[in-house]
Ligand binder design. Sequence first.
Ligand SMILES: Nc1ncnc2c1ncn2[C@@H]1O[C@H](COP(=O)(O)OP(=O)(O)OP(=O)(O)O)[C@@H](O)[C@H]1O
Length: 390
Amino acid sequence: MGAEVVIEGLTKSFGRQTIWRDVTLTLPPGEVSAMLGPSGTGKSVFLKSMIGLLKPDRGRCVINGVDIVTCSEHKLYEIRKLFGVLFQDGALFGSMNLFDNVAFPLREHTKKSETEIRRIVLEKLDMTGLAGAEKKLPGEISGGMRKRAGLARALVLDPEIILVDEPDSGLDPVRTTYISQLFLDVNAQIDATFLIVSHNINLARTVPDNLGMLFRKELVMFGPREVLLTSEEPVVAQFLNGRKLGPIGMSEEKDSATMAREEAEAEAGHGDGGLNEDVRGVVPQMQVSPGVEERAGAKRRMDRVMRILHTLPPVAQEGIIESLTPEQQRYYNVRPNAAPGQYAGPQETQQFPAVGGPVPDQHQGQLPADQVARIPGTAGGPPRHGQGGA
Ligand SMILES: Nc1ncnc2c1ncn2[C@@H]1O[C@H](COP(=O)(O)OP(=O)(O)OP(=O)(O)O)[C@@H](O)[C@H]1O
């Protein structure tokens, strides 16, 4: 199973420019999480901070009991081996063929024989749909294939955590769906913890188990996908529908006068450029490809989410319950359209194919309904905080 990543109060600035502050969340082991946010909100900086390429000013990022913010260089080096990173462009060496690119970390960081390296490289190329392409140079293949090769390279050291920076950059929607499918299939095969940074709405809606969003230098929310997909939080709803109307503007945020003008224009019938109608609610999550074993992380997540169900906003509770199969609804002892808060926990007697033995304890940093973060500066909400952990 992948490693859990516990982030508490993480803050990063460059000089006097704060990028984000007090970010607190937990990436549950073996689950797929995505961090959303408008351009420039520091998503890439967040990824780089997680692997110690950038040093946060404050806070903790604990992986396997090691806080990488304060640990020694030696410890950091060891922890980094747990990570596989897929950069935007695949970050391949242009003069090396795919085989040598994928073999590179093995040759650099291990003492494996060339025979063993060959076995591993061919296995990862096969896993990422690149069997037979090992002799190609990066310049001879499509952007989608380059990303696959980048993923194959990220897999060779058997990572427990995979970080993916903007997987859709430069890809058409169909190729983006293919690469998203690959993430879920790989997750099913190796049970690694995934964090995908993206501003692709479709990916955000359909791929991850958990969603987070950075905005105005804060983590606005982080939690099970159903919480953000059903959220009325203006910035979340705006982002997930790609609308002009809302707090996000041309530059990162807009002033209140602009917002008022746009609201008046919208009320007067002037379209705001987003999807024709707001897409609300829990759309079905992408499943693994036929023939690929079910994701253990998804099953664990379902147990975990059902444990914290009563703490989630009612609309998210409904969305979750409605997305369950009748068999799952019976197992978890829930039914659609029941009054929120009626959930009584899994039935002890019923058999349901949950993996990993007993239902695990809920994670630290869950998302209680009364703490769903509000955007900083908006009136009426409780003291905001991107407190969460799916
Ligand atoms: N090494 C650095 N030194 C100074 N400022 C930096 C550095 N790296 C990033 N920044 C600044 O941090 C801010 C956030 O950048 P980042 O690339 O993380 O945003 P992002 O959310 O990933 O954006 P996008 O979606 O456009 O990729 C930007 O203002 C950027 O200029």
